[in-house]
Design a protein around this ligand. Sequence first.
Ligand code: T3D
Length: 272
Amino acid sequence: MSEMSTDKSYKTILLERAGGVATLTLNRPDKLNSFTVEMHGELRDALKAIAGDGATRCLLLTGAGRGFCAGQDLSDRVMNADAGGRAPDLGDSLENRYNPLVRALRALEMPVVCAVNGVAAGAGANLALACDIVLAAKSASFIQAFCKIGLVPDSGGTWTLPRLVGAARATALAMLGDKVGAEQAAAWGMIWRAVDDDKLMEEARGLAAQLASQATRGLALVKRALNASAANSLDQQLDLERDLQTLAGRTRDYQEGVAAFLEKRAPKFEGR
Ligand code: T3D
């Protein structure tokens, strides 16, 4: 068994690293893990640490308590408006906090698994959908809550949702803010799988461990190709696949994969 290390310096998140998997838990359960400036800062630091530690090969994101994440902490918004007598600058909040978070997850050169343990609302829902593979407890739900307070889906929701569920469902969800249960989300292709509540973390950890034992550089290149595909023509994508395959073909893990196949044994990937 590999040793587990827990970074104890965070107040709003938990970060544990073991066996090539970093588990990041949003940890403000009494507020359904809604976002504050402090939580954004801690997430930013944690993602930087994970990207640079040289040992982590998969990130697992989840939430503490009965919710995954209820989006922006709205009590912050009331306080800010009162303090300055003016509406908070939400564009500034997106530019400096939510957008960098989504970009950091999409750019992280390893798979990101999300285990949605409960309600995911507003930016919390779109944070989950920005991850590479999303599992959800059957009791969990996704809510594009923005329209209920007069806002626009953010954190990539207007980009991600239509691509995952199609324009008709994305429009209705964004305009009505209806709750989508995990099984419905899986049936629509919004997420990978809905699993029994008591099996969620076991399944998510198993999946993360499997991904962490795979060819990490190759998976990072898969992610890059899929990220780019939405904006590319087929011609551009074929060129990109050529370029990324050139890089993948130079990895040690590719050599190991071919050798293992020819020697009829399981590969031992090192993530290089
Ligand atoms: O502002 C910017 O920077 C722009 C970016 C915005 C991004 C966004 O995410 S905007 C959308 C913000 N989120 C929402 O509008 C969702 C608000 N929450 C809800 O609608 C409901 O709480 C849920 C549907 C998520 C869950 O409902 P339920 O009935 O299971 O739980 P609850 O009783 O409503 O919430 C439990 C506690 O969490 C409660 O606190 P209390 O009364 O026990 O002390 C509730 O106030 C708190 N809570 C839930 N969501 C938030 C929150 N507190 C602050 N902010 C929240 N977003």
